[in-house]
Write a protein that binds this ligand. Sequence first.
Ligand code: ZN
Length: 157
Amino acid sequence: MRCPFCAHLEDKVVDSRLSKDGDAIRRRRECLQCERRYTTYEHIEDVLPLVVKKDGRREPFDRLKIFHGLQKACEKRPVSTATLDATTDEIERDLQDLPDREVSSSWIGEKIMEKLRSLDQVAYVRFASVYREFKDINEFMNELAGILKKTEAEKKK
Ligand SMILES: [Zn+2]
């Protein structure tokens, strides 16, 4: 840190504490040259892109929302909480890898479906039917038929 008084580059931290709302670390520093003290704040950089909702509003990525979505879809299904947690982690990592600063909520929805599809077919259909708010029953039946066909094909192997 460059000293604001003498521009010296070396200092020592004499005190370090969390800010009141917990989103920053306040450090009291002392310049090693002029020995004057100053304060710096350390913030966590927002590394995750903002989520753009259907109506155009932006909101921060909410890990818990993803987890709850998965949990709801997998209710009474043989999927462990640890698996749900790991799946949430995977989605979060995929999100971090995106080059964009913003991501549409539908990207997240598709991502959840993609993960559920390989996790549990019933959970997948459950989630997809709610998520896509199927406009007509045909669309839903098509989705279901596709899955059944796939399952049958796998059985035949
Ligand atoms: Zn100084």
